[in-house]
Unconditional design. Structure first.
Length: 137
């Protein structure tokens, strides 16, 4: 099922863990909001494919991948992204889209984490390096 021109619900809920990963209606709406307010606008500007490494995670999937106990992934409000130029994608989200809750440069742009929470976005920018989160903004 397409959420937008370039993103599907299937890719937003995909997991390689083998565990059930079916979001409820609230989580599906949050994924739709994330795609339409952050991911698709970023894709339009970037003009290259964005791969979703991890979107929605059921509590069991989140535990299996050692996610945070308070991970926004479990609410459908976060995604880990990868593309041919992660630094450029990061800068587009931070400097042009500006409508995000949290944006994290993971391990020198190995991937990017972004979250969006309808009406509650902090615009917090972090870097994860050497096992620590460093607040940049």
């Amino acid at each position: 099922m397409n959420i937008s021109r370039n993103f599907t619900m299937e890719e937003m809920v995909h997991t390689d863990t083998g565990l059930p990963n079916e979001p409820g209606q609230r989580e599906k709406q949050a994924l739709t909001d994330l795609v339409n307010n952050v991911l698709q606008p970023a894709r339009n500007i970037l003009n290259m494919q964005i791969k979703i490494n991890s979107g929605y995670r059921s509590p069991a999937v989140n535990t299996k991948v050692k996610g945070s106990k308070t991970s926004r992934h479990m609410k459908g409000e976060a995604a880990d992204l990868d593309c041919a130029d992660n630094a450029k994608l990061f800068n587009i989200i931070r400097d042009i889209i500006k409508n995000y809750d949290q944006l994290i440069n993971e391990n020198n742009f190995s991937w990017i984490h972004v979250s969006y929470s309808k009406g509650k976005n902090r615009r917090e920018v972090l870097e994860f390096k050497d096992g620590k989160y460093i607040k940049l903004q």
